[in-house]
Design a binder for this molecule. Structure first.
Ligand code: PTJ
Length: 252
């Protein structure tokens, strides 16, 4: 990977870009994943490359939802595997839940490489290599699912996902937590909880929130969810982008 000097003002963003490029070279990430990362970067730039107050609220609510869930599952694609493999495994450990590899541009080779990487990082339950069912209403490879994983889950975390599968999972009666820097994406608009934050910040924040709330009783967790309003969080994320941009012009 290209050496990025720590002093570079956009160090984190450049490192993430290198990781996705490296993911493509290693056969973990699709070439389309580079384009997706570019789109994410643009939205992150508008946000000011920080976890905004609305994203922090969504992350706390997501942690409460995952802790209250009976059978949660975490979905992993090629971009997620390139950017946060260790962090996803840590989240899976904190919740004691399975990770399931699910790819839009599916090849068995890439599924196998991602599953291996997650196991190397310490994951115990990695699904997706032998899907035994499919999500109704989807006619592409992303429909493939595993019983005991995403198919039976009541809450699913879907980072960097396309809108179709998000909608199809919601149609199955599942609660869906999305991580997507684009608040206008269909995924963000259809998810139960939409985390508008970069996955490299969102997953560690989520794990920290899970740990922080792990001793909290179910009634209090439910209170966090009852007071959560996803439409308002999405509106605020757009406002946060606009105020960040306006602040840039005021500084000049
Ligand atoms: O590995 P595969 O085959 O499953 O393919 C994965 C990609 C991401 C290529 C595929 O799901 C895809 O094409 O996704 P989209 O439709 O481009 O959507 C990805 C969404 O993730 C976009 O709305 C981006 O803004 C957002 N995004 C990209 N990078 C990040 C991000 N959100 C959070 N953190 C990021 N680093």
């Amino acid at each position: 990977m290209t050496e990025i000097p720590r002093s570079h003002p956009r160090y984190a963003s450049l490192v993430a870009r290198e990781r996705v490029a490296d993911g493509v070279k290693k056969g973990l990430t699709s070439t389309q994943g580079l384009i997706a990362q570019g789109r994410g970067e643009a939205f992150d730039y508008l946000l000011g490359e920080r976890t905004t107050p609305s994203a922090a609220e969504a992350e706390k609510a997501a942690a409460a939802m995952l802790l209250l869930a009976e059978r949660p599952a975490l979905s992993v694609n090629g971009n997620v595997a390139a950017l946060v493999p260790e962090e996803m495994v840590e989240l899976a450990w904190a919740l004691n839940v399975p990770l399931e590899v699910n790819l839009f541009h599916r090849t068995e080779e890439r599924v196998g490489k991602i599953a291996r990487l997650l196991r190397e990082q310490g994951a115990v339950r990695v699904l997706g290599e032998e899907p035994d069912t499919s999500v109704p209403g989807l006619d592409h490879a992303r429909a493939l699912a595993t019983r005991g994983g995403i198919y039976d889950a009541d809450v699913v975390l879907i980072p960097l996902e396309d809108g179709d599968r998000c909608e199809a999972l919601v149609a199955m009666g599942k609660k869906v937590i999305a991580i997507d820097l684009n608040p206008l994406a269909r995924t963000s608009r259809k998810a139960t909880i939409s985390i508008v934050d970069n996955i490299v910040r969102a997953v560690p924040n989520l794990t920290a929130a899970v740990r922080e709330l792990s001793q909290t009783g179910p009634e209090q967790l439910q209170e966090i969810l009852d007071s959560y309003d996803n439409a308002s969080v999405l509106r605020r994320s757009v406002q946060e982008m606009m105020s960040h941009l306006q602040a840039q012009f005021r500084e000049e």
